[in-house]
Design a protein around this ligand. Structure first.
Ligand code: NI
Length: 136
């Protein structure tokens, strides 16, 4: 019997979508307003879901406090109020699309969770646009 527990979090961050190896015309054609050289911001909402067996001793799949602290230390402290392109090393050479951000978040959290737990990360870039990545 597997149960999924989820924790919501959020961070505000700025980004610009573009490729250094494309000229302005091609970047504009592909990324439109998201290629604004002065960057733009989003209120990112995050849902981190952990799936596993209930520990018979604690009754937990994972201690929510542990999950909360992990998201705070690994994601919020690294991304909140940051310019993703400029200040977050993972995006130095990686376009900070929602797709790439969700994979980076997953890869930052995954090593801190036991192998027998499944992980799914859902990232909302806007209330209507969201992406998910999981091994659950
Ligand atoms: Ni954007």
């Amino acid at each position: 019997m597997k149960v999924t527990v989820s924790r919501k979090a959020h961070f505000n961050a700025a980004h610009r979508l573009y490729r250094k190896d494309w000229d302005d015309e091609k970047n504009d054609a592909v990324f439109g307003k998201c290629n604004n050289p002065n960057f733009h911001g989003h209120n990112y909402e995050l849902i981190v879901s952990v799936t596993g067996e209930i520990d018979p001793e604690t009754g937990y799949v994972i201690d929510m406090k542990v999950l909360k602290d992990l998201i705070k230390s690994e994601i919020e402290n690294a991304f909140d109020h940051k310019n993703l392109n400029v200040e977050v090393p993972e995006f130095k050479n990686l376009n900070p699309t929602a797709e790439n951000i969700v994979v980076v978040i997953f890869n930052k959290l995954r090593p801190h969770l036991s192998n027998h737990l499944g992980l799914e990360v859902t990232l909302y870039e806007t209330p209507r646009n969201f992406v998910s990545y999981s091994d659950a």
